[in-house]
Design a binder for this molecule. Structure first.
Ligand code: DC
Length: 227
């Protein structure tokens, strides 16, 4: 059966499992998966390494000009690269997580990232996850999902992820970071995190991944007639 040329937008709070779900759906339907948060994380790493952001997250406005020469792209495995360097491990660190929300609140940073996202969107057949995909980047996306989960469940997931990567985080630090990011992401002026009116809400606090997947497949089947 021909799969329609659609954009699936998955937005929601930090550590709700957006990327795991988005990747799985993309694989199942042969779509491209795009992690928009990785680009904000890449810009943050660049700003940190090049000294455009200080310890208290004051951002030097010359970052705007410097972005013109920043080369961020995904390799064949979907990992983020800065020039010739794969930066996937660095962008997932607590250091980057701690400063990504202030960077993502800057309008010119959002414009820079949005330009890349629109370029990908032109190809269609894409699953993109983030905070404003269904509200601002692709308001006409054919399927929008908004993910939530309790803070406790999200913090535990994030903590386990960091431990699996060999980091040694404090649970309180992880909770603090999630709270701060969610607050900044949903209170910024430009494209704040919120549920699009036509998004389906998925609260996966008490769901297994299989149940989540079945829920989404039900939506896709109902809307587009594909399994
Ligand atoms: O999904 P993530 O945790 O990797 O995203 C990192 C940060 O990037 C998140 O705190 C907010 C920001 N972000 C955003 O503002 N808009 C998006 N579309 C994706 C991410």
């Amino acid at each position: 059966m021909k799969i329609p040329d659609i954009i699936i937008a998955i937005d929601g709070y930090s550590s709700t499992g957006k990327s795991t779900l988005a990747k799985k759906i993309a694989r199942k339907f042969g779509f491209l998966y795009l992690d928009s948060g990785a680009l904000y994380r890449g810009v943050t790493l660049f700003a940190q390494e090049e000294g455009f952001i200080n310890r208290i997250s004051v951002i030097d406005p010359t970052l705007k000009e410097a972005l013109k020469s920043l080369d961020l792209h995904f390799d064949a495995e979907g990992k983020l690269c800065m020039g010739a360097r794969c930066i996937e491990p660095q962008i997932r660190s607590m250091e980057v997580s701690a400063q990504v929300s202030p960077i993502a609140a800057v309008p010119y940073v959002r414009e820079w990232v949005d330009e890349m996202l629109h370029e990908f969107g032109r190809r269609g057949r894409i699953v993109m996850d983030g905070r404003d995909i269904g509200t601002a980047v692709f308001p006409d996306a054919q399927l929008k999902i908004f993910m939530t989960a309790s803070e406790e469940v999200r913090a535990r997931r994030r903590y386990d992820e960091l431990v699996a990567k060999g980091e040694n985080p404090l649970l309180e630090e992880v909770v603090k970071n999630l709270r701060e990011r969610d607050y900044i992401d949903s209170h910024r002026e430009t494209a704040p995190l919120r549920r699009a009116e036509d998004a389906f809400e998925l609260d996966n606090s008490d769901m297994s991944f299989e149940e989540e997947l079945a829920w989404v497949q039900g939506l896709i089947q109902g809307k587009f007639g594909i399994l």
